[in-house]
Design a protein around this ligand. Structure first.
Ligand code: CP3
Length: 362
């Protein structure tokens, strides 16, 4: 400004989102809640969009559709976190790895990576150039949600991305990536390094464009034994966390791995702020094993949403009680399942509002 003129401060919107306060360990009156895969096929409104736009890539790469789908659960349930509608595989085409997500089949990688030469063909990711729609969508979501909830970004972790890219899609036995890991580890390490550099940049890009917290999905890291996790996953997760913390020290990072009970202490070693638990570990035990510095998320079996409302309430209360006060984000132990009744999802979001006073009286 002009020296001498008084600059009126701009009207600032509501205080900080509850989710961010909870992660920092502030004394919040109730746990914030959002659900993994809260946008998607269990919602009638999403199915209607799918009929009109049958291509997953179109739905997830068109700014207007991304914003509309991300806001569907927000408009109905008012969660405390609004996650970008996208996929962990979205960056792949920008890395010269063509892919699609095919109805009934899932992810397909057209030319799976298996050799040194294949890894050489993988390009490092430039989010601004390759996925400008992600930045635009996040910016719009921030305006729409206006700090009434936290806008959440996400990325796939290097090992989990590598598992899709090497296997050619979803896998049950993970034989190809294990063959690569255990017979040509250097080739796999070169691929993992490219993903680590690229995903660190992608987290920074998402934060710069409006994401207020970012979740890292290492869904399949738990296919690795602990010693192999220490070689093929942990260093790359740490690299992403360290790189992002240098430029965005206050951006909360959440880490999720499916079936992570055997690896919890090692997940905390990554330096993330929040660890998201699946349902195969007791919340109180998980909390103890992770230590007081780490916030916890998740833990309720997504299958519980097929039970009665009373059953769902009991499961939520059990998790909330065991998590203890503060540093807890209420969520499921994995994504919402296809076929989950929407009214049960609505109930999941309402229970915490009802348990508010119980929670204060703990
Ligand atoms: O949580 C949200 O609401 C945001 C959207 C989101 C999607 N994928 C949309 C999606 C998120 C966070 C993801 C992450 C993702 N994608 C992960 C990590 C989380 C996890 O489940 O462990 C993984 C492993 C993927 C890869 C992937 N994409 C799979 C295994 C599938 C399912 C294939 C199938 O057909 O069931 C997808 C497709 C996908 N991504 C769908 C959605 C809503 C379903 C397909 C569709 O809606 O047409």
């Amino acid at each position: 400004g002009n020296p001498g003129t008084v600059v009126e401060p701009k009207a600032v919107s509501v205080a900080e989102p509850l989710l961010l306060k909870a992660v920092r360990g502030e004394d919040v009156e109730r746990p914030p809640v959002w659900l993994m895969r809260q946008a998607g096929r269990y919602m009638k409104s999403y199915q209607i969009i799918c009929e009109k736009y049958p291509s997953f890539r179109e739905r997830s790469e068109n700014v207007d559709l991304v914003v509309e789908i991300s806001l569907q659960p927000w408009n109905v349930f008012k969660p405390d976190g609004v996650i970008l509608f996208s996929d962990i595989l979205t960056p792949l085409s920008g890395m010269n790895i063509p892919f699609d997500i095919v109805k009934g089949k899932g992810p397909v990688i057209f030319d799976p990576v298996c050799t040194d030469a294949d890894v050489d063909q993988v390009r490092e990711f430039d989010p601004k150039e390759s996925v400008p729609y992600v930045g635009k969508a996040l910016t719009i979501l921030r305006e729409e949600v206006n700090n009434e909830a936290a806008v959440l970004g996400f990325v796939g972790a290097p090992f989990t991305l590598a598992s899709y890219v090497v296997e050619g899609g979803s896998s049950k036995h993970f034989s190809k990536i294990k063959r690569l890991a255990f017979s040509q580890p250097k080739v796999l390490h070169a691929l993992l390094q490219k993903f680590a550099t690229s995903m660190a940049k992608y987290v920074q890009y998402q934060a710069d464009n409006g994401a207020q917290a970012v979740q890292i999905f290492d869904s399949w890291a738990t296919e690795l034994s602990p010693v192999d996790f220490e070689e093929f996953s942990l260093p790359y997760l740490k690299q992403i966390v360290d790189t992002v913390k240098q430029t965005h020290p206050d951006l909360p990072l959440i880490l999720y791995a499916s079936g992570s009970g055997g690896l919890l202490e090692r997940l905390a070693l990554t330096g993330v702020d929040v660890v998201s638990l699946d349902w195969t570990v007791d919340m109180a035990e998980g909390r103890r094993r992770l230590g007081a510095d780490v916030a916890v998320q998740g833990n309720v079996d997504p299958g519980a949403l097929f039970g009665s409302k009373e059953f769902i309430t009991n499961r939520i209360n059990d998790t909330v009680r065991k998590a203890g006060r503060g540093k807890h984000i209420l969520n499921l132990g994995h994504g919402i399942k296809v076929g989950t009744p929407e009214e049960n999802v609505a109930h999941f979001f309402e229970v915490y509002r009802k348990t508010k006073s119980d929670f204060i009286n703990e």
